[in-house]
Design a protein around this ligand. Structure first.
Ligand code: GRF
Length: 217
């Protein structure tokens, strides 16, 4: 159900959309502060589009290859969000780097989920980096999106163990499970607060992030 208190939300995806699914499921509760109203994909074969259709949520396909520049793509994305009256954006496996102009317009109104305990292991191959290191724990982070890649203020983190015999698949599955718990929780926390981002001394970090410890096998 939509209510004036719920933010009209777009989820941006490029792939399977399991995090999208966790947000859709959470959004079925009237008390969830985000009304998932639109799913945007830059890829036609993203399974998340099917998830959205099955849930009766509007979809938009904006194939990045049809745009000559990042800015042209982001302009099309911005126009779609504006047309639909979107107030809040969740990036969930959206494999595009957004331009500074786009990010600035959405600052404080856009979250991302990253599969590592930021600020460690930024970038697209987080699990590979974790496995190449000696850390005993990994996890995931929901953060506000700023122009710095994977560098925005942290809203929440979930921690999982890294096992000695982990490969990318087993680690990713454990982290993904934690992501599905964390993202809805972080959206709740963020939208129920005043939306203010952490301030210096170190504006990259929320010094009081909400941490969820999980210990799934
Ligand atoms: C997740 O691991 C997320 O942290 C990363 O991309 C993956 C998306 O997975 N940004 P899914 O499409 O939600 O299943």
């Amino acid at each position: 159900m939509t209510s004036a208190l719920r933010k009209k939300t777009a989820v941006l995806i490029s792939g399977s959309g399991t995090n999208l699914q966790s947000l859709i499921d959470a959004g079925r509760e009237d008390a969830f502060p985000a009304d998932i109203a639109l799913v945007v994909s830059n890829k036609a074969d993203a399974y998340g589009l099917t998830r959205a259709e099955e849930a009766g949520i509007a979809t938009a396909l904006i194939p990045h290859k049809e745009y000559k520049t990042r800015k042209a793509f982001d302009d099309a994305l911005a126009a779609t969000l504006d047309d639909q009256g979107i107030e809040f954006v969740c990036l969930a496996g959206f494999m595009r780097i957004l331009t500074e102009g786009f990010v600035e317009r959405w600052t404080g109104r856009m979250l991302n989920i990253h599969p590592s305990l930021l600020p460690a292991f930024r970038g697209h191959n987080a699990h590979e980096q974790v496995l190449a290191s000696s850390v005993a724990f990994s996890g995931c982070t929901v953060h506000a999106v700023t122009a710095e890649l994977d560098g925005g203020p942290i809203v929440g983190q979930a921690v999982v163990p890294r096992h000695a015999d982990d490969d990318e698949e087993t680690l990713a599955a454990r982290v993904r499970n934690a992501e599905h718990q964390l993202y809805p929780l972080a959206v709740r926390t963020f939208l129920r607060g005043d939306g203010a981002l952490p301030t210096p001394p170190d504006a990259r970090f929320n010094l009081n992030p909400r941490v969820v410890y999980t210990a799934s096998a």
